[in-house]
Design a protein around this ligand. Structure first.
Ligand SMILES: [Zn+2]
Length: 111
């Protein structure tokens, strides 16, 4: 996995969290930690060089100048609030909404 390949993915995504880059690269499991570290160090170097910007701190979102964090936000399907997914499977803005969703689903299954 070369820096060039990682950089290519970042250029394509424009706005991303580190896991989104990892998902695109989809390394075999024995390389995951190594690629994760590479992504981190490349992001840090590009932020320091002023090429990438930190768009959000927690969770960390990075992007090119002129891009906005809205690009990767999802809409919570319980409360409708926009949120940044911390992992690919995230469908809800918070633990509360996640619980509410499960409750509703259970109720539907009973009816
Ligand atoms: Zn919500």
């Amino acid at each position: 996995m070369t820096d060039g390949k990682i950089w290519e993915v970042m250029l394509k995504l424009r706005v991303f969290t580190p896991w989104m880059v990892l998902k695109e690269l989809n390394p075999p499991s024995f390389l995951r930690q190594y690629v994760k570290r590479k992504i981190r160090s490349l992001i840090n170097a590009q932020v320091k060089a002023g090429i990438l910007r930190v768009l959000n701190d927690d969770p960390p979102v990075f992007g090119f100048p002129g891009e906005s964090v809205e690009k990767i936000q999802r809409k919570c399907n319980v409360c409708g609030k926009a949120f940044i997914p911390v992992q690919d499977s995230d469908q809800h803005c918070s633990d509360e909404c996640e619980r509410e969703y499960r409750k509703r689903r259970q109720r539907r299954a009973v009816e």
